[in-house]
Design a protein around this ligand. Structure first.
Ligand code: PMP
Length: 432
């Protein structure tokens, strides 16, 4: 048995002073049970907990660690920035350089505003879309997660879905009524909603590849169909690329699928592990943002020098590593082939999805295309699998409804260890 005594002591102490012992719900292992390892350090593809257990990491800080943990360029950039003082609350050169790089790398972004989290980015993008169109309602998709702003906590994915409370108390009925829910990958449903709310819809927001109900790719034509509907009805199309940005392709899902949204939200990768988010898009819309325009949005620590230093180092590496996405794809394809072989060898029929460097093994034999089909997974068996993998030294996201991530620090050795651990873990999960 794995030794977790230090983590157990810390988790106990944490629960006295932090709700649930964590600062973000999924970390508490609520749906899989047990004690979350408290992490002490990480390097490359590995994380190490306070009891000295080492794991091959498939969480990657939930997305940012495209080059693996403690990347020397990113760490050095942060150290140098820290020595110049962590914050000024005044403009800095690095903010310009980061914004320039984002505009260069993401096809639809002409102007961008930097914020401190994905939540801030999506919340601000919706405010902007509402101001730009003069309309109130938005369409979101069941099982998609866009952070914890009130009007998104309606049939939300990620932790909200994991804990079975996709609708949070504290969200007023007045707020909830402006959020219309659509089924992902169901264009006809979106069309019906638009028809029933003619002239009232400001924005359609989605994860172009869903990641917060597990990894669910868009069906062919779905994104194009949304683009056409938005054009026809004067609706702002927002791609929430907080997860997919710089992960499913250099230019995100919009590059991979060739569909341009009006606004894009980003997070995770662009901070290199520090808290950063961004929203950007067509110049004409972005010019509505204060102080250029009337839509207020601000942040004392927005564009923070440490975050910008990390983000710039990260984005520079992304721009300057020509084979980055080929290398991620090579690992991803080998992992996928190995997972399929394992399933076949064990006679298991589970649904596996992967888009670039994000993937999910769904504990169902059905094709998962939306929230309804995702929810039919056997989460009890997933929990057994999760713990068996953890014991084997493989750190997966502690929920069926999260995508797992890998980096270019994951190589041949990690691949083999992961696949052989998985054979044993799956056998244990299905032992009865
Ligand atoms: N949008 C998406 C697609 C996300 O995956 C997340 C976080 N996982 C968010 C928004 C919210 O980002 P943050 O947690 O940084 O507020």
């Amino acid at each position: 048995m794995m030794q977790l005594s230090e983590s157990q002591a810390l988790f106990k102490a944490a629960q006295q002073v932090i709700p649930g012992g964590v600062n973000s719900p999924v970390r508490a292992f609520g749906s899989v049970g047990g004690t979350p390892p408290f992490i002490a350090r990480a390097q490359g593809a590995y994380v190490e907990d306070v009891d000295g257990n080492r794991y091959i990491d498939y969480v990657g800080s939930w997305g940012p660690m495209l080059f693996g943990h403690a990347d020397p360029d990113v760490v050095q950039a942060i150290q140098e920035a820290a020595s110049r003082s962590p914050s000024f609350g005044a403009p800095t050169e690095l903010e310009v350089r980061v914004a320039e790089l984002i505009c260069e790398l993401v096809p639809s972004i002409e102007m961008v505003r930097l914020v401190n989290s994905g939540t801030e980015a999506t919340m601000s993008a919706v405010r902007l879309a509402r101001a730009y169109t003069g309309r109130s309602k938005i369409i979101k998709f069941e099982g998609h997660y866009h952070g914890h702003a009130d009007f998104f906590l309606i049939a939300a994915g990620s932790g909200a879905l994991t804990f079975g409370q996709p609708n949070s108390p504290g969200v007023t009925p007045g707020t909830a009524q402006d959020t219309l829910l659509a089924r992902f990958n169901d264009l006809a449903h979106v069309e019906q909603l638009i028809a029933a709310n003619a002239g009232e819809i400001a924005a359609i927001i989605l994860e172009p590849v869903a990641g917060n109900m597990g990894c669910v790719p868009p069906e062919p034509g779905f994104l194009e169909g949304l683009r056409a509907l938005c054009d026809r009805h004067g609706i702002v199309l927002i791609f929430d690329e907080v997860m997919t940005g710089f992960r499913v392709a250099r230019g995100g899902a919009q590059e991979r699928y060739g569909v341009r949204p009006d606004l894009t939200t980003l997070g995770k990768v662009i901070g290199g592990g520090l808290p950063v988010g961004a929203y950007g898009g067509r110049r004409e819309i972005m010019e509505y943002v204060a102080p250029r325009g009337p839509v207020y949005q601000a942040g004392t620590l927005s564009g923070n020098p440490l975050a910008m230093a990390a983000g710039y180092a990260m984005l520079r590496k992304i721009a300057d590593t020509p084979d980055l996405y080929e290398r991620l794809e090579t690992f991803g394809a080998a992992l996928e082939a190995g997972v399929r072989e394992n399933l076949k060898g064990l006679g298991l029929d589970l649904y596996f999805t992967r888009v670039g460097a994000m993937a999910t093994l769904f504990f169902t034999s059905e094709r998962v295309v939306d929230y309804e089909t995702a929810r039919r997974c056997d989460t009890r068996r997933f929990a057994r699998y999760f713990h068996a993998m953890l014991e084997e030294g493989i750190y997966l996201p502690p929920s069926q409804f999260e995508a797992f991530f890998f980096s270019i620090a994951h190589g041949e050795r990690e691949l083999e260890q992961t696949l052989s651990a998985q054979r044993r873990a799956l056998a244990r999960a299905f032992a009865d």
